[in-house]
Design a protein around this ligand. Structure first.
Ligand code: CAA
Length: 281
């Protein structure tokens, strides 16, 4: 299958990685050539980990990389696509614009998926003339490791589109879970209030970030404490998702903690900026 991934950030490069690894021809599209080059280097590095763990051979690493093409022009990048997976910034206006462009340039039969973590699939589908072929394909970071794909059905998503994406996700070695379109789907509706509550604990002086994380790691067997996880996801991403939950579901329980807002305003975005609840210098 020809798969085009839009956006060469953390999620985009991970998604390109898993499709290429399972034999698909992948085109990775980003406006910025430097980001594309960095994404390819990241894919190479992460394939290297799998080789070091003897889960992949050096030949498979090379063949996987060779299946990834890079493009800065979106229309060119989707022209031959059977499936497009959009993984751009979490911004509803931007996504609508991107989907309009994809809809204009992709073959009529192509399925258009979004990796959005909180924006309505029905709304994204509304920007296209093929809403029955639009679906959510929500992957988790690090994509090569995490088994879940939350497959999100918009109001108009057809059974045929759902079935194709479900099967495709299984072929990638993932476990697809069917979810209907609602703010945050299941993953972030459950995860983000937990992260937000952890931030409130620090904000109100209940405990330090280290203490909160240790409680959840050792008491609840979470692989990472919620604040380490928030730094890993990006505090700006967490805030954006909480704002969608708060606005769409209209309940105070989703109100983002003032400390989270302050940290994002200060540019403390977590791992990617070198500082969040922890220092990564
Ligand atoms: N690519 C390939 N392999 C990778 C990798 C990557 N990017 N990152 C880690 N790995 C591999 C390692 O090589 C290692 O492999 P083995 O099991 O074969 O040894 C394995 O993954 C575990 O990695 P490490 O030993 O380095 O570290 P760890 O045991 O601490 O695990 C972790 C790291 C997998 C990230 C683990 O801490 C974890 O599961 N954390 C929670 C992650 C999580 O919750 N992600 C979801 C975030 S939410 C989201 O993404 C969506 C959203 O909408 C916000």
């Amino acid at each position: 299958m020809n798969v085009t991934v839009i956006g060469a950030g953390t999620m985009g490069n991970g998604i390109a990685h898993v499709f290429a690894q399972s034999g698909h021809a992948v085109t990775l599209v980003d406006l910025d050539q430097a980001r594309l080059d960095a994404a390819l280097a990241t894919i190479d590095k992460n394939l290297g980990r799998q080789v070091a763990k003897e889960k992949l051979t050096a030949e498979q690493q090379e063949a996987t990389l060779a299946r990834v093409a890079l493009k800065t022009d979106l229309a060119e990048g989707v022209a031959e696509a059977d499936l497009v997976v959009e993984a751009a910034t979490e911004d509803a206006t931007l996504k609508a614009k991107i989907f309009e462009q994809i809809d204009d340039a992709a073959p009529p039969a192509a399925i258009l998926a979004s990796n959005t973590s909180s924006i309505s699939i029905t709304q994204i589908a509304g920007a296209t003339r093929r809403p029955e072929q639009v679906i959510g394909m929500h992957f988790f970071n690090p994509v090569p490791v995490m088994k879940l794909v939350e497959v999100v059905r918009g109001l108009a998503t057809s059974d045929a589109t759902y079935e194709t994406v479900r099967r495709l996700s299984e072929d990638l070695g993932k476990v697809p879970v069917e979810v209907n379109d609602a703010a945050g789907f299941v993953s972030n509706r459950v995860l983000m209030p937990m992260i937000n509550e952890a931030v409130f604990c620090v904000h109100e002086g209940v405990a330090t970030a280290e203490a909160v994380d240790t409680v959840m790691k050792l008491g609840m067997a979470h692989p990472m404490g919620p604040l380490t996880l928030a730094d890993f996801i990006g505090l700006d991403v967490c805030l954006a998702i909480l704002e969608v939950l708060h606005r769409e579901l209209g309940e105070d329980k989703y109100r983002p903690c003032p400390l989270l807002r302050k940290m994002v305003a200060a540019g403390y975005l977590g791992r990617k900026s070198g500082k969040g609840f922890y220092d990564y210098a």
